[in-house]
Design a protein around this ligand. Structure first.
Ligand SMILES: [Fe+2]
Ligand SMILES: [Fe+2]
Length: 400
């Protein structure tokens, strides 16, 4: 049986960007790697990291949700004291004794390899996969150094891709200037802004937000956390377009799924103990129950006291007749945030959302209703009631 081939991308990830992701994907494709470990280094090893290890970790976890082959690892972050690559590789070799390890390194990294601690120990443990990256050296110097290291026992293969033209330094500068950062995965960008990282200006109270982000990160799975951060940003953007309070909208977006990953039994207990609903259909469905319980959790465990935001959380999945425009923002952002897979109806909703919240929400709810019905599943009557109500609104009626 062929040996498992595991890739390793160890970096500060300060912050992680799409250059890291595309390079990892190119290496996995070219060298038939089963997966790529994304290993953020601890602050001890890289004294120059700007964001904390935990913030960099959250961003890496979010960015890795883009491809199941990307696997975040805390192996260096959790190592007491400075984590050297030799230690990381030795640990991985123990965990996967039969696997072949492939260590991704930029061409500029090759020129710095001679500075590594315990370099001779590293050579037999892995093959270096070198990706092209510009640096202050000539091709001749690079080739000479590569030859010298190979003679010392290093195994090196070049990844045949175009050079990466993005760096974390460049991205940090874009963030500090409030410019678009196209090489950042959009939820990572939202996270940076929510946390006020790299000179970006936080829009909500940074202390409260940082407590919420920590809680959400531990309460939700990586995809749900990433989705929540993305809904927050989308809800804020919609609120700005439609002249709704952007802070309330962003708060609702961030917290809307705070109960989504609770075990059903716990959600049912909360619902019963606090008389949130006695509807058996809601009590037996995670999809329906998590919004009602979410509002309770947001109020009691996240300190959210704003009734309008709580209402938006309560009905983010079904909507409700008479719902506020703030609730519409959260509901719509939940449906169309950018990490959701695209399909024709979704694109139409995204376009329409810039023109009319009501019409876009109607289109999305009708889409959901027909999807649910086509699969023979239960559609909560409140969704249909919301659809019927939206159709009576003046701006919607005149456009149909
Ligand atoms: Fe939800
Ligand atoms: Fe959601």
């Amino acid at each position: 049986m062929a040996k498992e081939r595991i890739g390793i991308l160890e970096s500060a990830f300060d912050p992680i960007h799409q250059g890291h992701i595309s390079m990892a994907q190119a290496a996995m494709d070219q060298f038939q790697l089963s997966h790529m470990l994304f290993i953020p280094v601890g602050n001890d090893a890289y004294k120059t990291c700007i964001a904390s290890g935990e913030d960099r970790w959250k961003m890496v976890v979010s960015a890795c949700t883009q491809d199941v082959r990307l696997v975040p690892s805390r192996i260096a972050l959790d190592q007491p004291g400075p984590a050297y690559t030799a230690d990381t590789l030795l640990t991985l070799k123990k965990e996967h004794p039969k696997a072949e390890l492939y260590y991704l390194l930029g061409a500029d990294g090759v020129m710095k390899l001679h500075k590594w601690h315990r370099l001779p120990e590293v050579f037999p443990l892995c093959t270096f996969l070198i990706y092209p990256r510009a640096g202050e050296y000539s091709p001749r110097e690079f080739n000479a150094e590569k030859k010298r290291l190979t003679e010392m026992g290093a195994r090196m293969r070049m990844i045949p891709v175009n050079p990466i033209t993005v760096s974390s330094t460049e991205i940090r500068s874009q963030l500090s200037l409030g410019q678009p950062a196209p090489f950042l995965y959009s939820p990572v960008r939202e996270f940076c802004t929510l946390r006020g990282l790299y000179g970006s200006v936080p829009r909500l109270d940074p202390e409260t937000t940082s407590v919420w982000l920590d809680k959400l990160f531990s309460a939700l799975n990586p995809k749900r956390f990433t989705h929540s951060v993305s809904v927050a940003g989308t809800a804020r953007r919609l609120a700005r377009i439609h002249d709704i309070n952007p802070d309330q909208s962003e708060e609702g977006g961030l917290l809307h799924d705070c109960a989504k990953c609770l075990p059903m039994k716990q959600m049912q207990r909360i619902a019963r103990e606090h008389s949130l609903t006695d509807d058996p259909e809601i009590l037996s469905s995670n999809g329906l129950l998590h919004s009602l319980v979410g509002a309770w959790v947001a109020r009691n465990m996240y300190g959210m006291a704003d009734p309008e935001v709580l209402d938006a959380i309560s009905f983010h999945n079904t909507g409700r007749p008479g719902m506020s425009r703030l609730s519409m923002c959260v509901c719509l952002a939940d449906y169309m945030e950018p990490t959701r897979d695209s399909y024709p109806l979704m694109e139409n909703v995204r376009i329409l959302s810039e023109l009319s919240l009501e019409r876009a929400l109607l289109m999305s709810l009708e889409g959901t209703a027909s999807y649910v019905r086509s699969r023979g599943k239960y559609l909560h009557p409140r969704t249909q009631e919301t659809i019927d109500w939206l159709k009576t609104l003046p701006g919607v009626r005149s456009s149909r």
